[in-house]
Design a protein around this ligand. Structure first.
Ligand code: ATP
Length: 454
């Protein structure tokens, strides 16, 4: 889809900020990169970790009815045969006969009723053919048919095949869920839009098992829970869209699916799918493995294969949404009062990679530096902090604005008592978005910041 200039400019600025500040970089860049693969630098790794930790906290630790697991990426090939991935996990692919590009047929614009190449505009394309998205690999030393398996294209199947083991050890009654965060791999035909469509990415998935009669209600429940989650990480509901998939477009086993979509600069696109998958997955694995994957209800003495509702979110897509939602440019006065463009990442403090910058007013004053270092020591066990003594204080604030750091603490001459006793032992805290400063005692700093970042 064609983008207008201001939206493509915005995306370009975001990509360049990500590289410049070390959020996200091309994988293997010095060798020309590897299409569809990305590395997270120091700030990106913190942001990603904060997101995954908060998901885990909300979905596992704060609930009685969900437990976690961490499955292996390589699994027995039969898992992928039974789940249907080996036969059908594919996208329709076409080749452009003119420029030789390989394209996903279902994402092409049409001209005069014919699909058009998005690279050169030609209408001379091959017929679509199915392209399996799983990365094939061999386990062990022989590269023959019996050694084939795949890098997992989703984390969910590990949950289904461990369902019985976990049910036994967790001693949970229905409804209950198993959650997992981990890498997934898909050999996408056209990786694009920065990290949005990657070949290696991470998923955060919950399989919430229930009685058949509870499925539809739980689908609505999980949609609401997930929307609450996005609000709690600072993504405003105005940037989110709920797309109810029409029944004829749902997977054949699904009795209802919602996509939660985000308004990216390159268009409204899926962040997460919330799907009621019925008993399809467990039934498939039960048939193929010959092992019973049933639940026994003590009260009614019934045995049945549970149904499941699955909220499945992408870590990388959500990180990208967090950055896009946070990116802002505004005019603000520099130290001399001259207006300049201020780039700020307005992350929710919960998500911000660095929570607090710590600055001695001058780097060549031993007392200021010692006091600032002391504050680093007090805060460091509780949050990610960043000490910076170089350059004018205004420049240091701006650097932290670009990193999305919500608070900046400055140690000045008042702090060390050189302007009299009134403000001795206090520092200023500057709040990133309003740029307002307040003076607070060093002794209260830790609890005040902890209150604001949680
Ligand atoms: P799409 O239609 O965009 O290819 P999908 O519907 O195939 O996505 P699911 O199989 O439902 O995606 O996967 C669940 C989630 O995993 C998606 O909502 C997304 O956040 C994430 N995801 C899937 N494919 C990719 C990818 N190639 N790169 C990054 N994240 C992905």
């Amino acid at each position: 889809m064609a983008q207008d200039k201001s939206t493509s400019d915005r995306m370009e600025k975001i990509v360049s900020l990500c590289k410049r500040r070390g959020f996200i970089m091309q994988s293997s860049e010095i060798y020309g990169g590897l299409n569809g693969c990305w590395d997270y630098g120091p700030l990106g790794a913190e942001l990603k970790r904060n997101l995954k930790d908060f998901w885990w906290r909300r979905m596992v630790r704060e609930r009685d009815d969900v437990v976690g697991m961490d499955g292996s990426i390589l699994m027995n090939r039969q898992v992928w045969v039974a789940s249907g991935h080996e036969a059908t996990f594919s996208d329709p692919m076409v080749d452009c006969r003119n420029c030789k590009s390989r394209l996903r047929a279902d994402q092409l614009p049409e001209k005069d009723g014919k699909r058009q190449c998005t690279v050169c505009g030609s209408l001379d394309l091959t017929e679509p053919r199915a392209f399996n998205l799983m990365f094939k690999t061999y386990v062990g030393a022989t590269e023959d048919e019996s050694a084939i398996t795949y890098l997992r294209p989703e984390t969910a199947q590990a949950i289904f095949v461990q369902f019985k083991n976990i049910l036994e050890v967790a001693r949970k009654k229905l409804p209950f869920g198993i959650a997992q965060i981990g890498k997934a791999f898909r050999n996408e035909i056209n990786p694009r839009n920065f990290t949005f469509r990657s070949r290696e990415f991470e998923q955060m998935e919950l399989e919430y098992f229930c009685r058949p009669e509870g499925g539809l209600e739980l689908l609505e429940y999980w949609l609401k829970e997930r929307l609450k989650f996005y609000k709690d990480i600072g993504i405003s509901s105005e940037l989110l869209h709920i797309h109810k998939i029409p029944p004829e477009e749902c997977a054949h086993y699904s009795k209802g699916t919602y996509d939660i979509e985000f308004d990216f600069p390159f268009g409204i696109q899926e962040l997460e799918g919330v799907a009621y998958r019925t008993d399809y997955d467990l039934t498939q694995h039960q048939k193929a493995s010959g092992k019973l994957l049933e639940y026994f209800d003590e009260e009614t003495k019934q045995r049945f294969v549970p149904h499941v509702v699955e909220p499945s979110a992408g870590v990388d897509r959500t990180v990208l949404a967090l950055i896009c939602a946070a990116y802002s440019e505004e005019m603000a006065p520099d130290e001399k009062g001259k207006l300049e463009t201020r780039i700020v990442l307005k992350f929710h403090p919960r998500m911000a990679p660095i929570k607090c910058g710590i600055f001695p007013l001058l780097k060549n004053n031993e007392k200021l530096v010692r006091q600032a270092r002391e504050i680093v020591k007090i805060l460091r066990p509780h949050m990610m902090v960043f000490y910076d003594e170089s350059g004018a204080i205004g420049r240091r604030y701006r650097r932290q604005d670009e990193a999305g750091t919500p608070f900046g603490v400055t140690v000045d001459f008042d702090t060390i008592g050189e302007n009299g006793p009134t403000n001795e032992g206090t520092v200023t805290i500057r709040e990133r978005d309003s740029m307002k400063q307040e003076r607070v005692p060093i002794l209260e700093l830790k609890s005040l910041l902890l209150d604001r970042i949680d």
